[in-house]
Design a protein around this ligand. Structure first.
Ligand code: OAD
Length: 308
């Protein structure tokens, strides 16, 4: 792609933001690092910690759906390290995305993070590409749970099982342990399952509760594809902030929008193909964004009457 001649430094970026009205922001774990949440792939990040704790060939296996179904205790022995704490506050980068929205400049925030800080910052036009911890479902009967329902299990490292299903499958022996008191929900769960899965499938689908984060081996939501189908035509600026751009399909976004749209990377390190972005601002994103606030003449969270 031909780089824009008008986008050589952060002052140019501020000018383009002032003119833009359909900014697409792709964000990743780097924007939550200043909130005390480690990213995945940096030294000392989540994957390095998983690698040290478990003997896995690839630490990403902890987010693999098949591994989860076979050995949910693996994920749940680590999940307490990555669930959002109730006291965690959004970073300046989250607040900046919200301020873009308040200025009616945000087309969409494609967020890969599962910490939910976008919503706490008040961002409405967000797509949680990899889901979030805020809800969970039984793999077997699809019963809905909130994070608070399963938090006690998560913090003590236990696997949460569905209480609606009424019976727990003992996966070591593959024997169903019958409940003393099967509930009516249990019956409807089985009815639901038998109509779609059949009895064999019913027996092999564990009644584990899984947080609604997108594991490897799962499809992204229809919302992601539906939004991006229209956003790719409408965007007038792409900001990629705090992501290594290693996980598809989000990593493909820069290549799927029109080549004429200016693209800017704000990250601790260069990512993606060299020479791809019109402008790379390398450093801690909050520091770069603080400078952008100054150049835009915006105040944090105060710039649109009624927005907050
Ligand atoms: P990564 O850990 O792969 O990348 C984070 C990027 O942010 C790296 O390039 C860091 O250099 C950069 N970074 C770290 N601190 C920063 C800071 N203060 N300012 C600016 N940049 C900083 O995280 P993601 O790209 O978000 O999937 O990872 C994508 C997906 O991979 C995640 O959503 C996760 C994981 O598997 C699921 O959870 C399902």
């Amino acid at each position: 792609r031909t780089k824009s001649e008008d986008l050589k430094n952060i002052q140019d970026l501020a000018r383009i933001i002032k003119q833009a009205s359909h900014i697409l922001v792709v964000s990743g774990a780097g924007i939550s690092v200043s909130c005390g949440i480690p990213d995945f792939r940096s030294a000392g990040g989540i994957y390095e910690r998983i690698q040290k704790t478990f003997s896995l060939f690839d630490p990403q296996e902890i987010f693999d759906l098949n591994v989860f179904k076979e050995s949910p205790e693996l994920f749940y022995s680590f999940a307490k390290e990555i669930i959002p704490r109730e006291s965690t506050e959004p970073s300046l980068s989250h607040r900046f995305i919200r301020d873009l929205e308040c200025h009616q400049k945000l087309l969409r925030n494609y967020a890969q993070n599962i910490d939910g800080l976008e919503s706490i910052a008040g961002i409405d036009r967000v797509v949680y590409c990899h889901g979030s911890f805020s809800a969970a479902h039984c793999l077997r009967c699809n019963a809905h749970y909130s994070l608070d329902d399963i938090r006690p299990d998560i913090v003590t490292g236990r696997v949460p099982y569905c209480s609606f299903c009424g019976n727990r499958v003992n996966w070591d022996t593959n024997i169903h342990e019958s409940s003393n008191n099967p509930s009516s929900e249990y019956k409807s769960c089985i009815d639901n399952n038998s109509s779609t899965d059949g009895e064999d499938e019913d027996r092999i689908t564990p009644n584990i509760i899984k947080p609604d984060i997108v594991f490897f081996g799962e499809a992204l939501s229809d919302q992601f594809f539906d939004c991006f189908e229209s956003d790719r035509e409408t965007a007038d600026l792409l900001l990629v902030i705090g992501t290594s751009l290693q996980v598809a399909p989000v990593s493909k976004i820069p290549f799927c929008i029109s080549a004429e749209i200016p693209q800017v990377l704000i990250n601790l390190e260069p990512v993606g193909p060299s020479d791809w972005f019109d402008l790379e601002l390398i450093g801690p994103c909050d520091v770069i964004i603080e400078r952008l606030y100054q150049l835009l003449g915006w105040q944090h969270g105060m710039n649109h009457v009624g927005c907050f």
